[in-house]
Design a protein around this ligand. Structure first.
Ligand code: GLA
Length: 739
């Protein structure tokens, strides 16, 4: 079998969640058991984590009799924009078992469940499989998406493994897939270990406890069983009833897999052979066993992804309390929101804030501080308003709104040095101040909230300061809008879910006259330390993507102001209209459809566009279409920490913004050239252009050199000295408000 070349445009994987099991030991449908502090089930945590790790679609395999219950319970996920579909696992299957044996009640097993999901999977692209009643931890999904984007040669399957000892239950013996590892780190074979538990008594010679089956069941990288101390050994038996004893640090498979579609025909072939063997009514076609057989028969290789982060699962009723306590801790630590799906659309996302994070009723606040960061966009420029995903990060520089709560519905702000003080009422129509006045961003926030139905009975008075450079293309204006909205919400003891707030503030900011997209507000609200953000639109979704260690983002102002409400406004709006005209002339329903096409289809659309569009529109079209594809490639490059590839995509993005989209300037081009010349891996303008800033991606070891080159060759000749410019940006958390 040929190796899976790391595709130029890897598809994002779909997650298949197996929820058709019968929960015999647990006693009821444990897949929907509420365990999180807000009542979420483990499968909802799986969806939540996997979405953040880059899975855009989910297929839930359920039994037909339970489908309605699942659909009803999981309705909030669909409302929140989760791409969820259902596949029913029946005993009959048109191709594989047209006539199931009459006595059979038991489902065919996990291997068959995957085949039952096949029809609901996209034709191309990898997919992952997990159990609905296991909690794998976010790192597991991140490892999986990263590995699926760049698999080693000939690897067609991957499985996430955990140290066996971390996966046992205090309430009884459990079954686990015990992995034997080859010297290249891939799977040699997997043996199902049953009734596994820690060996508690004193060490003893191993004569009776070794597997004697055809497959030695000593798994993983543990030292030989004889040398294993009792406290670090796990005992149990094989499916054939042979006793087994393995190292507690063996790699255990808990049913989280990654696959390429070529595996499906192999599974089907093995299932046919299983049926032909006339299995007993209780025999099952297991996924782990089948993968192991395929590996042993040399039909494919299976990579292992050891993961330390805590797996949790519910096998016995006694496990539930422990899992619930851990989820509560994770929620208190801010890893999960209490309610996973309130990032929904509609007025339900506006809430009165009644409790503090510690559960006590809050008193009406009398003052507070709202901070909202600026952003740099790493790649994906002038495409958010075309509904295409972008990849920014929140900065470690913010706008800081220090306020006291007023009894009256009014906003009264002291000006910072450059801007004078101003006031307006919240109980009268909010009109814009003259174009370019900074109060318009505060007015935009207030009007957006009021239009959304948020009651603002109390006002705020205070001062705005901050560290985001103004009019340098780093989105200080959206940060001001976000900080103002958070201050007003806080004063009125209201909350709006972050994504909903981002979407409404993006609409509200058009009040200043720029028909902007939704990137800046979402980046400011949803920033995550150490991460870039993949932001999708319609509906708005944010997926965090880890930024590898050892790389720096150097931000360099071109010294030309890029004011949203100023000269750039018309040029920006014109670009936006040109994009709409181009896609309409081509008769296409959406840009996403163009950008997501396969290579052949994409080439043919480009050719048609080249012939059909006048030269300027063709160039605009070419920028948006290619930039959209670059974002997908850049996200994949970031996930596999291939920063050289990321840098090349940045360079291509800059060239396209300069030549096709016409938004660069001579100064921005010069910064890019100097940075690349000094050793940056990539550089491009960031934000709308027409002035503003450029960013350069550099290895940590060369960033000082790049900064020095920019100071010597760009800033000093322009009379700008000192260490304010350029600066290194660190990916940071999003906006907050505190009393
Ligand atoms: C400005 C807008 C964003 C986006 C960028 C260009 O920052 O506010 O919505 O369109 O320009 O990518």
């Amino acid at each position: 079998m040929r190796g899976a070349e790391p595709a130029a445009r890897p598809e994002r994987p779909t997650l298949v969640i197996l929820a058709a099991g019968r929960s015999t030991r647990f006693g009821r449908a444990k897949q929907l058991e509420p365990v999180g502090p807000g009542g979420a089930s483990l499968l909802e945590y799986a969806v939540y984590d996997a979405m953040r790790a880059g899975f855009p679609r989910f297929v839930l395999v359920v039994r037909e009799s339970q489908r309605d219950e699942f659909e009803a319970r999981l309705a909030p996920l669909r409302t929140a924009g989760v791409g969820l579909s259902f596949a029913c696992q029946r005993l009959a299957h048109a191709d594989l078992v047209p006539l199931p044996p009459s006595g059979r009640v038991r489902p065919w097993g996990t291997g068959f469940a995957v085949l039952a999901a096949a029809a609901a999977l996209p034709r191309r692209g990898p997919f992952a499989v997990c159990n609905a009643d296991d909690f794998y931890g976010r790192a597991a999904y991140e490892n999986l998406t990263r590995a699926l984007a760049a698999p080693p040669p000939e690897v067609r399957a991957l499985t996430v493994t955990y140290p066996l000892a971390d996966t046992l239950s205090g309430s009884g013996g459990v079954s686990r897939g015990l992995c034997e590892v080859q010297s290249d780190g891939t799977l040699r074979r997997m043996t199902e270990g049953l009734d596994l538990h820690l060996e508690r008594h004193v060490p003893r010679p191993m004569s009776g406890a070794k597997s004697t089956g055809a497959r030695p069941a000593v798994a993983g990288h543990a030292a030989g069983p004889e040398s294993t101390a009792a406290a670090s050994a796990v005992v149990g038996r094989t499916a054939a009833g042979m006793p087994l004893r393995v190292g507690a640090d063996s790699q255990a498979c808990l049913g989280l897999w990654g696959f390429y579609p070529e595996v499906l025909p192999l599974l089907a072939e093995r299932f046919r052979a299983f049926i032909a063997g006339d299995p007993g009514d209780d025999e099952e076609f297991y996924l782990s066993e089948t993968v192991s057989d395929l590996v042993e028969d040399g039909r494919m290789r299976c990579g292992l992804l050891p993961t330390e982060e805590g797996w949790m699962g519910i096998t016995f009723p006694g496990d539930r309390a422990e899992v619930a306590a851990s989820l509560r801790e994770l929620t208190e630590a801010g890893v999960y929101p209490a309610d996973l799906w309130t990032r929904s659309v509609g007025p339900a996302s506006v809430r009165r804030r009644t409790e503090t994070p510690h559960g006590r009723r809050s008193r009406a606040p009398s003052r507070g501080v709202a901070t909202a960061p600026g952003r740099i966009n790493l790649i994906g420029e002038h495409i958010d308003y075309n509904g295409l995903p972008v990849l920014p990060m929140a900065l470690d520089r913010d706008v800081r709104f220090t306020f006291e709560v007023l009894r009256e519905p009014a906003v009264e702000l002291d000006g910072a040095a450059a801007h004078g003080p101003f006031a307006f009422r919240l109980d009268r129509p909010i009109e814009p101040a003259p174009q370019g006045h900074w109060s318009n961003y505060v007015r935009a926030a207030a009007r957006g909230l009021l239009d959304h139905g948020v009651e603002l009975k109390r006002g705020i008075g205070g001062t705005v300061a901050g560290t985001v450079p103004v009019a340098e293309g780093l989105s200080s204006s959206s940060a001001l809008v976000v900080a103002s909205a958070l201050a007003l919400l806080h004063a009125n003891e209201m909350e709006v879910d972050a994504l909903e707030l981002a979407a409404l503030l993006a609409r509200a900011e058009r009040f200043v006259g720029v028909r902007g997209g939704g990137m800046d507000q979402a980046a400011s609200l949803c920033g995550a330390k150490g991460h870039a953000l993949r932001i999708d639109f319609d509906p708005l979704r944010v997926t965090i993507v880890p930024v590898p260690e050892g790389w720096r983002w150097v931000v360099a102002s071109s010294l030309a102001r890029a004011e949203k409400a100023g000269a750039a406004r018309e040029a920006y709006n014109t670009r936006r209209s040109q994009c709409t005209e181009a896609i309409e002339r081509l008769g296409r329903a959406s840009w996403l459809e163009v950008v997501d096409a396969d290579e052949a289809e994409f080439a043919s659309v480009m050719e048609r566009a080249r012939r059909a569009l006048p030269p300027t529109l063709w160039r605009r079209f070419r920028h948006v279409a290619r930039e959209g594809r670059r974002v997908t490639e850049a996200e994949a490059a970031l996930r596999r920490a291939d920063m050289a590839a990321f840098g090349r995509l940045m360079n291509a993005s800059h060239a396209s913004l300069r030549d096709d989209f016409g938004v660069s300037t001579a100064a921005l081009d010069e910064i890019v050239d100097v940075a690349l010349d000094a050793g940056a891996a990539g550089a491009r303008l960031t934000g709308a252009g027409f002035g503003g800033s450029a960013i350069a991606l550099c290895r940590a070891s060369v960033s000082d050199g790049v900064i020095a080159a920019l100071r010597d060759r760009f800033y000093a000749p322009r009379g700008v000295v000192g260490d304010r410019l350029p600066f290194v940006a660190t990916p940071s958390n999003g906006a907050t408000v505190t009393s």
